[in-house]
Design a protein around this ligand. Sequence first.
Ligand SMILES: [Ca+2]
Ligand SMILES: [Ca+2]
Length: 232
Amino acid sequence: MKNSAFRSLCLLAFVALLTTTCSSKTDFSKHYQGKPYQDSHYHGGAQKIPGRVECAYYDLGGEGVAYHDLDARNNGSGVLNPADGTYLNQFRMEEGVDISYTKFNDQIDSSPYNVVQPPENQLYVGWTEPGEWFDVTVQVAHAGVYSATLLYTSNRGGTISIDLNGEPATSSLTIPSTYNASDPVAWRQWHHWNLAPELATLRFPAGRSVLTVHILVGGNMNLAYLDFKKSP
Ligand SMILES: [Ca+2]
Ligand SMILES: [Ca+2]
């Protein structure tokens, strides 16, 4: 290779490296096509931090933009929960992310096997599989470090991770199993609710950011919400 060609190649590689290294919130925001969730019931827009970030209110934008799900069907809304005209049963039923909500009839989600009692009619992202992810646009009041507590169920355990504005913001986070062999009802292993207190700690800039929740290992989880509070 001639010297000049080699120099050009080096310059190109350097520019590529610089571009990757300098990828910032601004760059991510410029290219991100997802939008904060809203519908006829929820007008809140970007979810507020400090506060509760609802997983089921992941961003609008569809497959490959605001989420990736392994199958295009929503296995909860419109399927497990028949399309009967109600808001909860039909919640985002045309999207691939699999969504259901807590039910207290027949002790589905209110059994003695809960470690923590969830709210009734709490929407959650379920049928999670490794490789799936979803984005949530948030509005952060003040820059700083925030801890996140997760309401979840986990049949046999799993791991997730969280990106902030397109960059990894946590290591692999262990979601402890909520399997309980003493529950005689097999399907209810997916409905033993628990809190993972201060599961993750993230440093946010002030203003708008995008969280990406990745399912890494295990799957079989139901993810309801992340409560963010400012670390002292
Ligand atoms: Ca699906
Ligand atoms: Ca899924």
